[in-house]
Design a binder for this molecule. Sequence first.
Ligand code: G6P
Ligand code: MN
Length: 440
Amino acid sequence: MKKFNITIVGGGSTWTPGILKSLCKMKDRFPLKKLTLFDINAKRQAVIGEFAKVLFSEEYPDLDFNYTTDAETAYKDVDFVFVQMRSGGLKMREKDEKIPLSMGIVGQETVGPGGFAYGMRSIGDMIKTVKDIRKYSEKAWILNYTNPAAIVAEALRREFPNDKRILNICDQPVNLLRSYGRLLNMNADEFDPVYFGLNHFGWFTHIYDKDGNDLLPKIKQLILEKGFIPADAEQRDKSWLDTYATVRDILIDFPDYLPNTYLQYYFYPDKMTAKANPNYTRANEVMDGREKRIFDECRRVIERGTVKGAQIFHNDAHSDFIIEVAESIAFNKARNFIVIVENNGVISNIQDDAMVEVAASLTASGPRPYVVGKIPTFYKGLIESQLAYEKLTVDAYFERSYQKALQALTLNRTVVSAIKARKVLDALIEVNKEYWPDLK
Ligand code: G6P
Ligand code: MN
């Protein structure tokens, strides 16, 4: 069986140990020769990297492993690069959330002005990363989790129009599928879903089982009766449990399809801001929670020299998904996944050059999306305004345009007022000086 060389960008991320554990779990299906962690933050990465050495000495002894902050070492001779960077770190996530909230606007890392700010940081770092990778590995597959995925995907489409080996992905559809699985007492691997939308802005229209039965009506009924929790509810913080519970509210208002959880911010911006604590947001919850738990546990593993008995908190869906995507490409398995691709008629009444999130078969030559067809007016209207916001954000970046940024934020459903848009934009410019281009 062929063995692969992989690099993980964002090696010092709290999500990395989970991916490393899944790589061990899946080593017979997707075997590695070499694994490299790359991060620009040497200190964080050293903790995760030393933890990895202990893990692999016990669970992957023949693996050639190293960690580095040097691009050439990271990208030379690799088959797959998994990218999951957070430009500006959690420190900037906190600002993305708190600045809009302080003005009564939704404060979320990928939604509204917070997502805009994060996007303006991520685009530059992602373009640089892709260029660095291509310098050393022309043909490596770049599987990209970096957020806000919709904006990053649009920016990469424009910057690298001929590069067909960049695939933007998000674990939230898989998280939802696994959660439906828990509700139905079924394995989500058996589902054949139909999904359409933009990243963090989409809907399941059908979920077929192996016999071709559509399980969607049953799932909707169960959610309305019993509520909804994530597949890994026991591992989740309160804010995520609240988010999943809101799916029931969305279904009561809009019962056609099963919504992505992120739609809560667009449908109920007033409710979301009212219940948020402007002094303690999700960034704080992550810093006090996952961040501490993971780094403490990694340090303990290093000290003890064994992973036996260690509790490395992680989300299986997130870590398994990116590896299964790589496996399907590597072995031409043509398995179906929900991924982000250029529309080109997949959703027939949405423009061709939109980066949409839909089901696709993943082969060695890349994603082959399945036709969705025409979508109804309500969904088309929502998607078109969100798409215009995303495109204008990317315009603002490439054209260094304050005017486009103002248009983008005014169009966003979480903002609407041009007065608020200007105020939040000016505040975000102020704190993002070292990350954003100068907007004229
Ligand atoms: C989901 C989304 C990701 C996002 C993550 C944030 O998995 O699909 O795009 O980064 O949630 O989770 P956190 O626990 O950091 O709030
Ligand atoms: Mn996502």
